[in-house]
Design a protein around this ligand. Structure first.
Ligand code: GAP
Length: 456
């Protein structure tokens, strides 16, 4: 049944809390800063997404290696990358209600204009056009100021601030030399990393879409500046699209948005966002940027180290250019939830079912004894649970009637439910029920593991 978009978002937020996917963080203290915790099923889902990404982009490819760098890095890295001076958003406070907003967003909503960091012009428009506060309706603004989005902290023995990394990319560039010195990588090759990033966003929101603490999956793909980069760029866009499809998304719900030439950073030849049609509108899901040699050149300059690469065959030494495909983990989780959430009529009843791709489902198989008080059925079901759980994530459930147990598993997206009934005791077969078709099939217990592994 099609759902209205606002309804869908609200339903998903409350569903995620009720069914152990995602909880508001610090809730017993009244919540904190629009942050969320992944609950038991959400953690499995998120881990499955990260595992899939790592398999697709690192393990299955000969030209990409992995890295796991620290969150706290030498602050000079962020000077070199331009984050210390330029990673800012324009903010403004409403004097009447004390709420803080992104000034560029207020101006764009009011006038349709993008003033590209011109703080004075933003202040003038907010004042002259009496732009109203979206919270209280007054028009009493402070001056528009820049807010650096990096979180600052301190470290023993280090003078001055240390930052929580605002992206995972930084650690990749600074370990470029270590990777080429220790691994037999040859350009073109990439370094991939999954990890937390932190941004002091002026407004977090839209559930897990915009967070202050989030996870990224990033690749820096190093190429020879003389290479024709366009086909590689196109290849990355295709791979990013393939990953969105692997989350269960439909093709019509994502699209490319190429940044206009005049808005590109001076070093970028091309930047494309993959946008997704979230219930709150089309918004950035992933990005792909040609960053030239900006990062390695800057880090070479600031560190005084040689970050060039020697092509052993042509004896040509150069600073590689880089293509940067970047993926948000939390936005991927949101896409998988939005794509999977379905309400269906089954006879006179309605069921909620998360139609995840099977490999992403938090629980792969649920095992039920038909009756809780029949010792032989329970014993047999527990035996099956113990034999499957080492290879597939399983849940054992003997609570309530079978229909209710099916509904509970449908809701969390479990692809298969196995029921041990009286026939099992006679012929060693069980019913395996499919989440989507709801059809049941009898499978011999001896063949069960292979049957499930084939299907999942
Ligand atoms: N290294 C490039 C980079 O960080 P970005 O577009 O700023 O580029 C990359 O971020 C991805 O990280 C985004 O496409 C999005 O998926 C995710 N992301 C960025 N900010 C986020 C936030 N505040 N909350 C959740 N995800 C975010």
């Amino acid at each position: 049944m099609p759902l209205k978009d606002d309804d869908l978002m609200q339903k998903i937020v409350s569903f995620c809390k009720r069914r152990g996917f995602i909880f508001p963080a610090s809730e017993i203290y009244g919540g904190f800063a629009n942050a969320y915790s992944y609950g038991p099923y959400g953690t499995e889902l998120k881990n499955n997404i990260k595992k899939l990404w790592w398999k697709m982009f690192v393990q299955d490819r000969a030209d990409i290696v992995g890295l796991d760098g620290p969150i706290l890095l030498n602050p000079k890295i962020w000077e070199a990358s331009g984050h210390t001076s330029g990673f800012n958003d324009a903010m403004v406070d409403c004097r009447a209600c004390q709420k803080r907003f992104r000034a560029d967003h207020l101006v764009e909503q009011a006038t349709g204009r993008d003033l590209e960091g011109d703080l004075k012009a933003m202040s003038k428009i907010l004042h002259d056009e009496k732009v109203k506060c979206p919270n209280c309706g007054q028009s009493d603004w402070t001056k528009v100021r820049n807010l650096n989005l990096m979180f600052k902290t301190e470290m023993n023995g280090i003078e001055g601030p240390v930052y929580l990394r605002p992206e995972t990319a930084g650690a990749i560039f600074v370990d470029f030399k270590n990777v080429i010195d220790s691994m037999r990588v040859k350009i073109p090759f990439g370094i991939a990393q999954i990890g937390k990033a932190f941004r002091n966003e002026i407004i977090a929101g839209n559930f897990i879409f915009r967070l202050r603490e989030f996870e990224q999956m990033e690749i820096e793909y190093f190429i020879d500046p003389k290479t024709k980069w366009e086909p590689l760029f196109e290849g990355w866009l295709r791979d990013q699209g393939e990953f969105v499809m692997a989350l269960g998304a439909k093709k019509k719900n994502f699209r490319r948005f190429e940044h206009p030439k005049e808005k590109l950073s001076h070093y970028s030849k091309k930047t494309v966002d993959i946008e997704y049609n979230f219930p709150f509108g089309w918004s950035e899901l992933y990005g792909l940027a040609h960053r030239g040699d900006f990062d390695l050149s800057q880090h070479a300059k600031f560190s005084g180290q040689d970050l060039s690469y020697l092509d052993q065959i042509s004896n040509h030494r150069y600073i590689p250019h880089v293509l940067e495909p970047t993926f948000g983990v939390d936005r991927s989780v949101l896409v998988s939830l939005v794509s999977a959430y379905t309400e269906e009529k089954v006879g006179d009843e309605e069921r909620v079912v998360l139609k995840f791709p099977k490999n992403l489902a938090p629980i792969k198989v649920a095992i039920f004894p038909l009756l809780k008080n029949k010792e032989k059925l329970v014993e047999k079901a527990k035996g099956i649970f113990n034999s499957l759980k080492t290879e597939l994530i399983c849940e054992f459930d003997d609570n309530g009637n079978i229909g209710k147990r099916y509904r509970r598993q449908d809701e969390i997206g479990t692809p298969y439910c196995i029921t041990v009934d009286f026939d099992t005791l006679d012929n060693n077969t069980v019913t395996v029920r499919d989440r989507d078709s709801m059809k049941q099939e009898r499978v011999n217990i001896g063949e069960l593991k292979e049957w499930l592994k084939r299907e999942i």
